[in-house]
Design a protein around this ligand. Structure first.
Ligand code: 13P
Length: 250
């Protein structure tokens, strides 16, 4: 059976003390959340400390990115095994902000996914179209290509450790959410695609999250859809009560 998941992508927000405080608040409120995997992905400098704070709670630890190189002379990069060594379980990969500002391609994301799986981390792999592509009605085509190229070389066993996040770029940080119908349509499309490549068992079991201006006021109607298994939350994950409220929306 697939998991319901609510993951908080903090992006480049919170200093160390602010982050510690937010993690503590989330941990303190987390026990009201039932049947949902709660994941936080703070900035790297908080990872090791976050791991200690969440230790006896149900909250799981994620990261927002990692290098496509294993180790060595790559100044400024953080490797998958470094993240694993401090208790990280999940890594967000292929976020649209990584694509846009850091020129990540599907090929680079594919390398990162493979490396994460090899190290034993679970990738949360993002896909989604930009506004111009939606307006030209190319969104299915765009997501189809992203999925095909990012998952190149994956087998069914690999897919058991992967989570997909559909994040229409026009909905990220804009306050403009996809309608529940738009989300369901794309999630179903992605699930069908996974089914065609890896079979119905994998397709049924894989969690597909929605991301893009998801907040307490709209999470319920988004999560009510049969193929929406939770959310990847940006802005609203920076306030513990909002983040927990979203997770209570199932
Ligand atoms: P917002 O929730 O701030 O729109 O961000 C979504 C997102 O990009 C999560 O990865």
């Amino acid at each position: 059976m697939r998991k319901n998941i609510v993951a908080g992508n903090w992006k480049m927000n919170k200093t160390f003390p602010e982050g510690v405080e937010l993690i503590q608040q989330i941990v303190n409120q987390a026990d009201v959340v039932k049947n949902v995997e709660l994941i936080i992905a703070p900035p790297f400098i908080l990872t090791a400390e976050a791991s200690k704070i969440i230790k006896d709670s149900a909250v799981k630890l994620g990261a927002q990115n990692c290098s496509n190189y294993k180790e060595g002379a790559y100044t400024g990069e953080i490797s998958a095994s470094m993240l694993k060594s401090v208790g990280t379980e999940y890594v967000i990969l292929g976020h649209s902000e990584r694509r846009k500002y850091f020129k990540e391609t599907n090929e680079i994301i594919n390398e990162k996914i493979k490396l994460n799986l090899e190290i034993g981390l679970k990738p949360i792999v993002c896909c989604g179209e930009v506004l111009a592509e939606r307006e030209k009605e190319e969104h299915f085509q765009v997501v189809n290509k992203q999925i095909k190229e990012m998952f190149e070389g994956m087998n069914a066993e690999n897919m058991k450790n992967i989570i997909i996040a559909y994040e229409p770029v026009w909905a990220i940080g804009t306050g403009k959410t996809a309608t529940p119908e738009q989300a369901q349509q794309m999630h179903l499309f992605i699930r069908e695609k996974i089914k065609n490549s890896y079979g119905s068992q994998i397709a049924n079991d894989i969690s597909i999250l929605y991301g893009g201006s998801c907040k307490p006021s709209n999470a319920k109607e988004l999560f009510a859809n049969p193929d929406v298994d939770g959310g990847l939350i940006g802005g609203a994950s920076l306030k513990a009560s909002d983040f927990i409220e979203i997770a209570k929306s199932f």
